[in-house]
Design a protein around this ligand. Structure first.
Ligand code: SAM
Length: 345
């Protein structure tokens, strides 16, 4: 038994350090791509340990760069690691890692925002949604301007069980600007509570597992970094289409400091705003004088359920966008002013 365990344990052979790799392949961080590298392998080991038990796992690493986290993942005894990197300068360094870990590392030169992970791993890994999570993990330290749109896309994927979630409740461990990590995990009533908190928490169990000081990165970013772990919930806390939930949540947080009825009112055309907002809040049993940050996920569940009924009764309602109405009103007012001006001349 001990022998077979020993046989299946993999360690990378001695390799040049990440700093040496950066020098060797001239991988100076590109400022315009917001590249900040982790060179300390003790730290990358820690991040990877926090991702959970990766033994025999299939891991999708996004944005491997010079490969610090990549090395720690390979040393965690995974079955396979697939990395997707946009910047071609990193490919030779990653190829060196692949040679040191035969058959374990697959390198894709591509963009995580468009890469299709759905068919990249064996279909046999798929688990029922209600089962324990599959042995598939997503891990990444991406630039902040990519990680936020990506998490929104992946949350939508969780809701329709697409993308990385065709395998089941795939777990993700991702880095964010610390402030974003705090927003993702913020509780009801807290200062950081935002649209992201509700969108993440209605679909996933979200944990801020680690904070990494900015000085751990080269070059040092302006802010500290938070590592967040996501496990999709068996039962989403709101059972409505993602776009509908997104619309209700976005509107509610429109005016952060005002009572929630102000933002929620923007779901409705001006002519019916007061009446329909009153109806929404009354049927959802939500106090109109709560601030957006005081609304819990279960408040949002009631609001989304009632708004859904209202949309079913009025087929034009969901397409309504108050900004469009505002624009139209402005241009009508402008036309009137122009007419008056013409009459005067
Ligand atoms: N993971 C490495 C580390 O921790 O040292 C690099 C981190 S650096 C912040 C982000 C990496 O993501 C860079 O290598 C960058 O080229 C890559 N990247 C940025 N946008 C990407 C995208 N859309 N698709 C794939 N890789 C991307």
């Amino acid at each position: 038994m001990a022998a077979s365990r020993k046989l299946s344990t993999f360690r990378l052979p001695p390799l040049p350090t990440i700093r040496e790799i950066i020098k060797l392949f001239r991988l100076q961080a590109a400022k315009q791509l917001s590249q900040n590298f982790l060179l300390d392998l003790k730290l990358t080991d820690k991040i990877v340990r926090k991702a959970g038990n990766l033994t025999n796992a299939y891991v999708y690493e996004v944005g491997p760069g010079p490969g610090g986290i990549t090395r720690s993942i390979l040393n965690a005894n995974v079955a396979e690691l697939l990395v997707v990197e946009k910047d071609s300068r990193f490919i030779p360094g990653l190829q060196m890692l692949s040679d040191a870990a035969p058959g374990k590392l697959r390198i894709v030169h591509g963009d995580v925002l468009t890469f299709k992970i759905e068919r990249a791993f064996p279909g046999s890994l798929k688990r029922q949604w209600e089962d324990d999570p599959p042995n598939v993990h997503v891990i990444g330290n991406l630039p902040f301007n990519v990680s936020t749109p990506l998490i929104i896309k992946w949350l939508e994927n969780v809701s329709c069980r697409g993308g990385p979630f065709v395998y089941g409740r795939t777990q993700m461990t991702l880095t964010f600007q610390k402030e974003v990590a705090e927003r993702l995990t913020a509780n009801t009533g807290s200062k950081q509570r935002s649209r992201l908190s509700v969108m993440a928490q209605y679909l996933c169990n979200v944990q801020h597992i680690l904070t990494i000081p900015g000085q751990a990165f080269v070059p040092k970013p302006e802010v500290d970094v938070g590592v967040v772990h996501f496990t999709p919930l068996v039962q989403p806390r709101i059972e409505q289409p993602f776009k509908l939930v997104e619309k209700v949540v976005q509107n509610a947080f429109q005016f952060r400091r005002k009572y929630c009825y102000r933002g929620l009112g923007m779901l409705f055309p001006e002519v019916q705003r007061v009446e329909s907002t009153g109806k929404l809040l009354e049927l959802a049993d939500v106090d109109p004088t709560l601030r957006p940050s005081q609304l819990s996920v279960s408040h949002f569940k009631s609001l989304c359920d009632v708004y859904r009924k209202m949309c079913d009764e009025d087929p034009h309602l969901f397409a309504y966008n108050f900004r469009e109405e505002l624009k139209q009103n402005k241009s009508k007012a402008q036309e009137k002013d122009d007419d008056k001006e013409r009459d005067r001349l």
